[in-house]
Design a protein around this ligand. Structure first.
Ligand SMILES: Cc1cc2nc3c(=O)[nH]c(=O)nc-3n(C[C@H](O)[C@H](O)[C@H](O)COP(=O)(O)OP(=O)(O)OC[C@H]3O[C@@H](n4cnc5c(N)ncnc54)[C@H](O)[C@@H]3O)c2cc1C
Length: 350
């Protein structure tokens, strides 16, 4: 059978979820696939690696909005993925993915009860923060990711399956793709264009170079910079995340890091104005006075937000895409990757 030459652009959570779904499938065993994987962290830093990376329903109720419906589907797919990992003893914080609890203060839950599910009370004694030791908290399940470790783990799994199935895989980790047209990709530098049967664009906020994505001015959406603080702090062996004082506070026990976020700024910003940033940092440490600000540094990721916070996936000619992961990329990635995979495989099976 003639080989099916595909290009996957991006190394963020959507690309990796798609590659994982693809290599797991029977389709990949039957077809003679050649996978070409392009990304460039220097030129286009992945949002995935600059993210607080919590997957959660956050109490969302069904039948409230389209995004809530999608979150439920995303959550169900993630739970299936976690069960698969559990069977293989791989759901483990050492792999950058773990089950944890997400806490909200009770007044927030009550204020939003019209659209949020009542959360459960949990024994709070096991958590280390003094200000948490009262009855003011409600919790729900979440998955916490350490994005770099999870990225490495998933890629290792993907490579193992690629070898087992004898699938050709070529990786170009610092190649900038500047455009796609019909079945060709164009690269920066002196590289000649290349032909592919199918092209998968999972480029996050860097979509504007690819006109075949069918993004027009109306549906273009917003670019939003998310800024957060990250620092080494030891708070025990139990990871957790909480919403408090209009901020999210996450503790990853594997890396002994606290992340506090996020301040959102619209547009393609290199760095927010210093005075504005300083004000936000000062207010953050006032809310958490027990933290030593010396150990914290600022991180920033770029998100893509579409109308009604709804991501878009689809196919235009031979180009497949997922856009607008916004604040839910980790919750939705495996579900949307599966949808794109179905679109693609159905083309060849029908
Ligand atoms: C501060 C912050 C906090 C967040 N918190 C959460 C959270 O708690 N939960 C959650 O679910 N989501 C969260 N998100 C959102 C989540 O991180 C994103 O939705 C997700 O990472 C998007 O993944 P992606 O694969 O679409 O894009 P990216 O991770 O941005 O990946 C894009 C990839 O494409 C490559 N690329 C792009 N253009 C080119 C090109 N022309 N040539 C070569 N390579 C290219 C890049 O190098 C990169 O590898 C947060 C985001 C931020 C910024």
């Amino acid at each position: 059978m003639e080989s099916l030459k595909i290009a996957v652009i991006g190394n963020g959570i959507f690309s990796l979820s798609f590659l994982w779904t693809l290599v797991q499938s029977e389709f990949s065993a039957k077809r003679n696939l050649e996978i070409n994987h392009y990304y460039s962290e220097d030129w286009a830093p992945a949002c995935t690696l600059n993210s607080t990376a919590i997957a959660a329903l956050r109490g969302a109720e069904k039948d409230y909005s389209a995004i809530n419906e999608l979150l439920f589907e995303g959550w169900d797919e993630l739970v299936r993925f976690s069960k698969f990992l559990k069977q293989k003893n791989q759901l483990d914080k050492k792999n950058g993915i773990e089950e944890a609890l997400l806490f909200y203060d009770v007044s927030f839950v009550l204020e939003n009860i019209h659209r949020w599910r009542q959360m459960t009370e949990v024994p709070i004694e096991m958590y280390p923060l003094e200000f948490m030791k009262n009855d003011n908290w409600r919790s729900s399940a979440c998955f916490l990711f350490e994005p770099k470790i999870f990225q490495d783990f998933l890629m290792k799994e993907i490579l193992t399956i690629l070898r087992e199935k004898n699938i050709t895989y070529n990786v170009f980790p610092s190649t900038v793709v500047i455009a796609n047209k019909n079945n060709e990709l164009f690269f920066s530098g002196e590289l000649p264009p290349k032909f592919f049967n199918d092209i998968f664009l999972f480029t996050g906020v860097y979509y504007k170079y690819f006109p075949d994505l069918q993004i027009d001015k109306v549906s273009e959406g917003k670019k939003v910079c998310g800024i957060y603080l990250e620092g080494k702090v030891f708070l025990g062996d139990q990871s957790f995340t909480l919403n408090f004082s209009q901020r999210s506070f996450t503790y990853r026990s594997l890396t002994q890091e606290v992340l506090i976020g996020t301040m959102d700024l619209l547009g393609e910003i290199e760095r927010p104005p210093e005075r504005y940033l300083q004000e936000w940092v000062d207010q953050t440490f006032q809310a958490f006075p027990f933290l030593n600000r010396e150990v914290f540094h600022i991180k920033m990721g770029r998100r893509h937000q579409l109308s009604k916070r709804l991501p878009k996936y689809g196919k235009n000619k031979n180009t497949y895409y997922i856009l607008g992961g916004h604040k839910n990329g980790f919750t939705l990635s495996f579900h949307l990757a599966k949808k794109v995979f179905e679109l693609f495989s159905n083309e060849y099976l029908s």
